[in-house]
Design a protein around this ligand. Structure first.
Ligand code: PMP
Length: 442
């Protein structure tokens, strides 16, 4: 069939997906792929789960769309209650949209409306981090530090101030933890003071870095220091949990590893497991009540925001995660897989730091002769990703911008339902592929 679809690469022929089952995808030619990154950290409960299909069918037969300015719906209410139960502390109030990018833009707008509600109309700056990705729409991309994704749009993006990432293995400040006193977190105070606090609205961060630095996470004190600085200067703390939410890291939400409570959480991907477009924000009682008593409206969002079909599917996915204890499963399986990767590292000099929490794992690839990254032209990440794909394993390219070089790394984030045999298959293919790339490069 002639394909008139525009694909990311206009030159490469894409395999045509046929169906999915559990952790596997099958193309039209019958080739099987182990979905080692849940597509894009999304298909968290695997493919073709009967309970979700049933929920989708039942809701579709009732009503798919009702406009949020006219109605709420039972599915939205049930999903919001389930999220309030899962989210830390007083994060109880949810608003929905369709993509992760829209979720981070919503957070940005929610923060702005919070300050307007308090009569602080000068607070607008969002501070983010150099190595971050918050989405592809212009506001979300403006908040993102990912140079590769920004570069083609740079002239029309806003230049939000940014911190360096908490990446001890390749510290930008050439400091060593713990003697560094976690300067990468304390830098937030310097930046707020440079901007003057009365202009700063919020700080946005990924609890564990995803698309621009495979599963990089900060030292234990980092998030507490950030929280203290935010409180000191009246700055909202926004956790972008589009990847890390709903069990991906072995906790309900990634921030729980650091025991802090942000003011706003952005979620996407795992909330619907990829079954429908669904994302949103959850905000604290403080933010919600201030808005309610202040502006009294939150007229942000999109036509399809919070529609009954999407929220019914989201609720069935969140229920499935809970009923099958998948958050704990993610923690336990992640430990197993990380230990396997550490064994692989003993054998493969191309492998740099391996790290992660739960089933959000990252592998750096370095030049063993220098201990730093290869030149981007060597295309190490591309080789690992492409050879894996050819061998029936899907992994996610996650190149960050560290010290001006593009760091080579992949994310391994399989569906939380993966079993031990499937994890061993994943490790076996990676072992073979990394060996092939080493033969070419070393
Ligand atoms: N935030 C984070 C942390 C992400 O990883 C992504 C997507 N990879 C987004 C936001 C944007 O999500 P979407 O692609 O659904 O717009």
């Amino acid at each position: 069939m002639k394909d008139y679809t525009i694909h990311p690469s206009l030159k490469k022929k894409m395999p045509v997906v046929d169906y999915g089952k559990g952790v596997y995808l099958y193309d039209k030619e019958g080739k099987r792929y182990l979905d080692g990154c849940s597509g894009a950290m999304t298909a968290s409960i695997g493919h073709a789960v009967p309970e979700v299909i049933q929920a989708m069918k039942e809701q579709a037969e009732k009503v798919c769309f009702a406009y949020r300015f006219q109605f709420t719906s039972e599915p939205a209410q049930k999903l919001s209650a389930a999220i309030a139960e899962m989210a830390p502390g007083s994060l109880n109030w949810s608003f929905y949209s369709n993509s992760g990018s829209e979720a981070t833009e919503l957070a940005f707008k929610m923060a702005r409306k919070y300050w307007l509600s308090r009569g602080e109309d000068t607070k607008y700056w969002i501070i983010s981090r150099q190595t971050s990705y918050h989405g592809i729409t212009l506001g979300a991309l403006s908040m993102s530090g990912n140079i590769r994704r920004r570069m083609r749009y740079e002239p029309i993006l806003h230049k939000f101030p940014m911190l360096q990432p908490p990446y001890c293995a390749h510290c930008v400040f050439k400091k060593t933890y713990p003697e560094c006193d976690v300067y990468c977190a304390r830098q937030l105070e310097d930046i707020i003071l440079q901007l003057t606090p009365k202009y700063v609205s919020a700080f946005i961060f990924e609890p564990m870095i995803g698309a621009s630095g495979a599963a990089i996470y900060p030292p234990p004190e980092y998030n507490k220091i950030i929280r203290e600085i935010c409180d000191k200067y009246d700055v909202l703390m926004i956790a972008d949990e589009v990847i890390t939410g709903f069990g991906r890291t072995g906790r309900n939400f990634g921030v729980e590893h650091w025991g802090v409570e942000p003011d706003i959480i952005c979620f996407g991907k795992g909330v619907s497991g990829g079954y429908v477009p669904l994302s949103g924000i959850t905000v604290s009682d403080k933010v919600y009540n201030t808005l309610k008593e202040g502006l009294g409206t939150f007229a942000a969002g999109h036509t399809l925001s919070g529609n009954p079909l999407a929220t019914a599917v989201g609720y069935s996915v969140v229920k499935y995660i809970k009923d099958n204890n998948l958050v704990e499963a993610s923690r336990v399986k992640g430990e197993f897989l990380l230990a396997e990767f550490k064994k692989l590292k003993e054998k493969h000099p191309l492998m740099g730091e391996v790290r992660g929490k739960g089933l959000m794992l990252g592998i750096d690839f370095i030049n063993p002769k220098t201990g730093t990254f290869f030149d981007a032209k060597a295309g190490v990440t591309e080789k690992v990703v492409n050879y894996s794909f050819a061998n029936g394993l899907i992994v996610y390219a996650s190149k960050g911008a560290i010290n001006g070089a593009l760091g080579d790394a992949i994310l391994v984030t399989p569906p939380l339902v993966i079993n031990e045999e499937e994890m061993k298959e994943l490790v076996g293919i990676l072992d073979k592929v990394i060996g092939e790339v080493e033969k070419e490069l070393l």
